[in-house]
Ligand binder design. Structure first.
Ligand SMILES: Cc1cc2nc3c(=O)[nH]c(=O)nc-3n(C[C@H](O)[C@H](O)[C@H](O)COP(=O)(O)OP(=O)(O)OC[C@H]3O[C@@H](n4cnc5c(N)ncnc54)[C@H](O)[C@@H]3O)c2cc1C
Length: 637
């Protein structure tokens, strides 16, 4: 039976983390050498954690499914990373970053976690500068900042439109140093397929070598999952195609509670899909909304070229509806506003699924060179994909699944409900409530990996009883069998449909009924359709080849099989949450002018779901107490 204990330290918010760190037990250097840590994932969260733990002296075994750790999805991050440095002197502070994040998440995150994140945000930038990250600088040499959605200060540090790439190269260099020192053993092209739990503690994983097909058991004293988010459950998303839910979902099946799975973020500015067979969407960074203005024609069905539509005939709908934040309204709000104007028949481009993001004003004011310096690589990417020149005609953009605030439940120490299983980065649920603000994920992933986990894992290792566990342990063998059985079942199906065709069907079901807006009727339909689709999958999927060699169809089919189970949990959570908050918009709960209505009396809690074989999951609620911020109606008008 799962028991939620958030372990939030008592006392004033400002000193919780300092006092907690001081009270944590340490592991002596000579004992660290005897302790092994498994880290699954080499994105910003995993690479920063693995390198720091290696540097501290632990023996780290690190896994990723890419051919190199530096190809993790984090490399795609574009716009920037937040920190409360107040370099602009524009009124920023730790308190303001904390408040913006709590409000941005629509009062569905833990105060203590968010405050700690704001506190360490400055250290993250210092660490990155020390690692040589080439952040953009002002003419005078000071690090430059820009604004992101949902805030009125400039606190986003960036490397042009390639911030994730540069930050990951830094974390990767630190990781390589530890690999070279022999502290980290790196195992790329290896996929975790199950978790080994011994006497209630996470003690290892079962993995498949994606090149040889070999299944092996790896045991350790503690396991860290840094396996990213699950937006690809929607089939089309801005995430790397390989990002998936398998690691966290299979940990869920072994007893780790899954929190708020229905909190999925739809980003307003992706390039619209061009046909039904497209398998990937491309983000146009939120940073573009610093200078780009969103608009649609006032007249429905207006098919004239954008430059033929005069100023008076345009509706700058975000500036009109949210005059205080304008084009920098938070993502959930901007996405819904885009959908609303498209639903009114005022969308642009093929199928009317698009709005303009226009740079004419900034080009006229600052010139092409300045715009190219700020956003050149994004404009180039847009040109390569659409053939259109965004310097001279507006971009067309449309919302797309992008980020998942839900994830495995963790306490203040980033430990899941399975002792010894720590979860960091996008894979956990911890800091963003019902909606993440732009540029806050990189901050969280690096904060977890560089500054939080290295302390809290030490306390666990110093205090837990951890008898030796070898590959022959019964629980390890059981996990090994589970993996073999599932693979054999996939290979035995010998049906007629590809895994991709099931994934596409599931994605469209979720997008229509559990996407940007949700209704009781739609969710009911999704909840009755998903089990049928799942049955069809197991009866009719075809997985060519065998399991004992390189077989990407097999890898993918395993991930789709997990999505087909996980999607039900996602809809179940959305069904249960009878309120609108952040990215979770239930149409039944809105004001007359379409703004969401939250229900703090019934839903100011984290919904943490416990797995039960063959039965509905059990809901556990972690109440959210707001001692320092008063939940108010979230308004950006
Ligand atoms: C296009 C785009 C732009 C973005 N821009 C920004 C931005 O500007 N600012 C910002 O703050 N956020 C941004 N984000 C969000 C941010 O990039 C991600 O949330 C963040 O990088 C996630 O990092 P992570 O380390 O948690 O996971 P990831 O980077 O997704 O890494 C996951 C790792 O886990 C491994 N893994 C997963 N499953 C398994 C398994 N079963 N077995 C073995 N290994 C496994 C993978 O191989 C990988 O190494 C953006 C996201 C996208 C899609």
């Amino acid at each position: 039976m799962t028991k939620l204990d958030s372990k939030i330290p008592s006392g004033p918010l400002e000193s919780k983390w300092d006092r907690h760190r001081f009270s944590e037990k340490l592991v002596s250097p000579h004992n660290k050498r005897k302790l092994t840590v498994i880290v699954v994932g080499t994105g910003l969260a995993g690479a920063s954690a693995a390198s720091t733990l290696g540097q501290l002296g632990y023996q780290v075994e690190c896994f990723c499914f890419q051919d190199s750790p530096r190809r993790a999805h984090s490399i795609a991050a574009q716009g920037g990373i937040n920190a409360a440095k107040n370099y602009q002197d524009d009124g920023d502070s730790v308190g303001r970053l904390f408040y913006d994040t709590i409000k941005g998440g629509d009062f569905r995150s833990r105060e203590a976690n968010v405050y700690r994140l704001a506190q360490i945000s400055g250290q993250i930038i210092d660490q990155c500068v020390a690692l040589g990250i080439p952040f953009a600088r002002e003419y005078g040499g000071q690090l430059a900042n820009r604004s992101f959605g949902g805030v009125q200060v400039s606190r986003t540090f960036y490397c042009r439109g390639q911030t994730g790439q540069q930050l990951l190269l830094g974390a990767y260099s630190a990781l390589c140093w530890q690999i070279e020192r022999g502290q980290v053993t790196m195992r790329p092209r290896t996929e975790m397929l199950d978790l080994i739990v011994v006497d209630g503690q996470a003690r290892g994983i079962v993995v498949r070598d994606l090149v040889t097909g070999r299944i092996s058991i790896h045991t350790a004293h503690v396991v860290v999952l840094a396996t990213g988010g699950y937006s690809n459950v929607y089939y089309l998303s801005t995430n790397a195609s390989g990002s998936n839910v398998t690691a966290t979902y299979r940990a869920w099946k072994q007893g780790a509670a899954f929190a708020n799975p229905c909190f999925t973020q739809i980003h307003p500015t992706a390039i619209p899909p061009s046909d039904a067979y497209q398998a990937k969407l491309t983000l146009m960074s939120e940073s573009l909304r610093n200078d780009g203005r969103l608009w649609v024609p006032k007249m429905p069905g207006d098919t004239r070229a954008p430059r033929e539509i005069s100023e008076g005939e345009r509706d700058y709908f975000l500036e009109r509806r949210y005059p205080r934040f304008g084009n920098l309204a938070p993502r959930d709000i901007a996405s819904r506003a885009v959908k609303a104007v498209c639903d009114e028949g005022r969308g642009v481009g093929p199928n009317g699924h698009g709005v303009y993001l226009d740079f004419a004003g900034v080009v006229e004011q600052h010139g092409l060179d300045v715009v190219s310096e700020r956003y050149g690589n994004l404009f180039e990417m847009y040109h390569r994909i659409t053939g259109e020149d965004a310097y001279h005609a507006p971009m067309r953009i449309y919302p797309a699944p992008h980020y998942t605030m839900g994830g495995l439940w963790v306490d203040y120490n980033l430990m899941s409900t399975i002792p010894g299983l720590f979860v960091i980065g996008e894979a956990n649920f911890a800091d963003h409530g019902a909606n993440r603000l732009g540029a806050s994920s990189l901050m969280q992933g690096l904060g977890d990996g560089y500054f939080i986990l290295p302390y809290t894992i030490g306390h666990y290792l110093a205090t837990a009883k951890l008898p030796p566990v070898t590959e022959d342990h019964t629980e390890a063998r059981k996990a090994h069998h589970r993996v073999l059985n599932r693979m054999a079942r996939l290979l035995a199906a010998k049906g007629r449909r590809t895994a991709a065709s099931f994934h596409r069907e599931l994605g469209s079901l979720l997008w229509n009924y559990c996407g940007m807006s949700r209704t009781k009727i739609g969710l009911k339909l999704a909840l009755s359709s998903i089990p049928t689709l799942r049955e069809d999958f197991w009866r009719d999927v075809v997985v060519p080849g065998t399991g004992d060699c390189f077989n990407q169809e097999l890898e993918y089919a395993g991930r789709v099989a997990d999505y087909l189970e996980f999607a039900e949990l996602l809809c179940h959570d959305a069904w249960h949450r009878q309120e609108s908050c952040g990215a979770h918009f239930r149409e039944e709960y809105q004001t007359g002018d379409g703004e969401p209505t939250r229900d703090d009396t019934r839903f100011a809690h984290v919904a943490a779901w416990e797995y039960r074989e063959g039965a509905s999951p059990i809901l556990h609620k972690e109440p959210l107490a707001f001692e320092f911020v008063q939940p108010t109606t979230r308004s950006y008008q």
